[in-house]
Write a protein that binds this ligand. Structure first.
Ligand SMILES: *[C@@H]1O[C@H](CO)[C@@H](O)[C@H](O)[C@H]1NC(C)=O
Ligand SMILES: *[C@@H]1O[C@H](CO)[C@@H](O)[C@H](O)[C@H]1NC(C)=O
Ligand SMILES: *[C@@H]1O[C@H](CO)[C@@H](O)[C@H](O)[C@H]1NC(C)=O
Length: 454
């Protein structure tokens, strides 16, 4: 009788979870990753709050490469996580490194493992750590379906930029990416990706609910179908330390005249046939701004990380505290005191997927008005009103068809360069370097001559 009652009850609760429009996510992001056991208290706590699924934060790829990963105790980690999922009765997504035998040696793979409430592995998405793997190939799309009636796609950080979306409504993501520049790293790109695909994206640190924005938990209820609610701008923050600057040598860039932008500044900047229209209006400042801005355009194939080149089109407003060689660095001047009353960026993109990029030194600052529209013709526009602390505002387009091509920039961009653009041209830079070396020789010669005369 008791057994029957609990069976009925269980059936009811199962149906209840299926009927519910939401599911609950646990975010335990702040727990430092060292070994799987460390998550035990946080996951058990989540279990008390009826959490359905938890994505464990992943270890950094570069630290893994240096320390030879935890590949040796892979089996042990799997066992620990399986026991934990069973004990807490929730789904666990984890990222583990595994050393597998390959020909005469070993090969390192990254694995996204999903455990169900019984502790069984229901998905295993694996990738080689680098492109030189002989035994592991990159898998096609991996997905799993849960007992609360939601099917999740499984992603690693770099997939957001490298793969077109499979068009699902719910995704889990684990495993960092190592993009050359901040906006393309999973930490910064997730918000834009989730916004454009209007899909839930659960990571170890946040749950992104499509156009309605980011949630940091610790417990978040997400809509099973397309998230709905007020639209939030997909703003991401830059880590305040060691910000690598974008290499602008392949961009056409025009510095913004901050005096003119007070009255509203309209500019068109082109690289070859690809042109971006910009409109900027800034608020007057009490002190002299330390931060400068540049309008930058790129159309071609660029490097994403050490093993991938990607086809892209980019219209961007970049903040620069200083120009070092050919890169625009923010350095320690991470805060911008410039307030933009309005920014409008638009272009006729030919890329397959376009994303709004908004990087800020303070992502908690609300942007009054934000809109991002993609016309079927490819015309894409981004509007921001009353934005503060902004460091990079862009429309970033991905052209997946060009990914296998070698690094190149639209060659026609040499045409119609104006004087500002020229400063960033490599040949001219080299010319200045050459001039400076000559000048130094001349100074030495003159000094020797002067000394001789005395
Ligand atoms: C992969 O193949 C290359 C070339 O055949 C070889 O040099 C390398 O050692 C192989 N790697 C492993 C892990 O077996
Ligand atoms: C930037 O602003 C934040 C608060 O808005 C402040 O805590 C921080 O010290 C500032 N950093 C610099 C380098 O001025
Ligand atoms: C985009 O195309 C439209 C229609 O051809 C044109 O009016 C507009 O100037 C183009 N914009 C840019 C930035 O090239």
């Amino acid at each position: 009788m008791k057994f029957l009652a609990s069976l009925v009850l269980c059936f009811l609760c199962y149906n209840l979870s299926l009927a519910s429009e939401t599911y609950r996510v646990g975010i335990i992001g702040s727990t430092a990753y060292s070994e799987s056991k460390r998550f035990l208290p946080a996951v058990l706590e989540a279990s008390k709050h009826n959490v359905d699924i938890v994505v464990l934060p992943s270890k950094d790829l570069s630290s893994c490469l240096a320390a030879q990963c935890e590949s040796d105790n892979y089996d042990e980690s799997v066992k620990t996580l399986s026991d934990l999922a069973k004990k807490a009765k929730l789904y666990i997504v984890a990222h583990l490194f595994e050393k597998t035998r390959c020909q005469n040696g070993y090969e390192l793979t990254r694995n996204n493992l999903v455990f169900d409430r019984e502790g069984s592995i229901v998905a295993d998405y694996r990738k080689p750590v680098n492109n030189l793997a002989n035994c592991t190939s990159v898998m096609d799309d991996v997905a799993f379906t849960t007992d609360f009636g939601v099917t999740f796609g499984v992603l690693m950080g770099d997939d957001l930029v490298l793969k077109p979306s499979a068009g699902m409504r719910n995704y889990v993501m684990s495993g960092a990416s190592h993009a050359d520049v901040p906006p393309l790293n999973a930490h910064q790109f997730s918000a834009s990706w989730s916004y454009v695909n209007n899909a839930n994206l659960i990571t170890g640190y946040s749950a992104f609910a499509g156009r309605t924005g980011r949630n940091t938990g610790p417990y978040v209820d997400l809509m099973k179908t397309s998230p709905n609610g007020p639209t939030t701008a997909p703003v991401s923050s830059l880590p305040s330390s060691s910000v690598p600057g974008e290499d602008l040598s392949h961009y056409v860039i025009r510095p913004v005249d901050m005096g003119r932008s007070l009255d509203g500044l309209t500019e068109t900047v082109c690289q070859g046939k690809f042109c971006c229209d910009f409109y900027l209006k800034t608020k007057p400042e009490t002190q002299k701004p330390k931060m400068h801005y540049g309008l930058a355009v790129f159309n071609g194939v660029r490097s994403f990380d050490k093993s991938h080149n990607i086809g892209s089109q980019n219209c961007a407003v970049f903040a620069c505290a200083g120009l070092y060689k050919r890169s625009c660095s923010i350095g320690h001047e991470i805060n911008s005191t410039v307030t933009f009353e309005k920014i409008l960026i638009s272009s006729n993109f030919t890329s397959t997927a376009n994303y709004p990029i908004i990087l800020s030194s303070d992502a908690s600052k609300i942007i009054d008005k934000f809109s991002f529209d993609i016309n079927p013709t490819g015309f894409t526009s981004l509007v921001i009103e009353n934005g503060e602390n902004l460091l990079n505002i862009a429309i970033f387009g991905r052209d997946f068809s060009k990914d296998s091509e070698k690094y190149y920039v639209d060659p026609k961009h040499m045409v119609n360069l104006n004087v500002y653009d020229y400063i960033f041209n490599e040949d001219v830079q080299e010319f200045f370097d050459y001039l400076w070396i000559r000048l130094r020789i001349l100074i030495v010669v003159v000094s020797i001559y002067v000394l001789e005369m005395m």
